[in-house]
Design a protein around this ligand. Sequence first.
Ligand code: DQA
Length: 155
Amino acid sequence: MMKIRVINGPNLNLLGTREPQIYGNTTLGSIESMLGHEAREYGVEIEFFQSNHEGDLIDCIHEAARECCDGLILNPGAYTHYSYAIRDAVAAAGIPTVEVHLSNIHSREDFRKESVIAPVCLGQISGLGAVSYSAALYALVRKLRGAGQSERPMG
Ligand code: DQA
């Protein structure tokens, strides 16, 4: 069965109470349970990890590669904007990765507009709140299943 790992970086454990005007009221637990349901519908296995520590995120990406995960959904939090180490881990892992953001990083402070990680990802989804994660899961499953075949919508 296809296996997808969802990795959330620093401060995302505070979703629900953290700056709700920017990040919404949905907790990380609710996002994970929503993705769990969606993954079941798609018939894929899904795993979740969150850490506030850069090295732990890197270890988790390495482990995903060792355990032959098929795809990653990654919200690196503020590391998005400056962690060359996480970028290198994603590149080294070689697993198709979709970068996600709850907020629209392109409409916020200038320092958020650049992602140093997006260039080594399949794509980036930003600004849709919790739906960013659902869109990433849909896109990743479809891309992975479509590899080498015509890409038909899932129904
Ligand atoms: C974020 C955007 C980042 O700029 C910020 O540092 C976060 C959350 C998002 O999901 O919108 O922690 O990744």
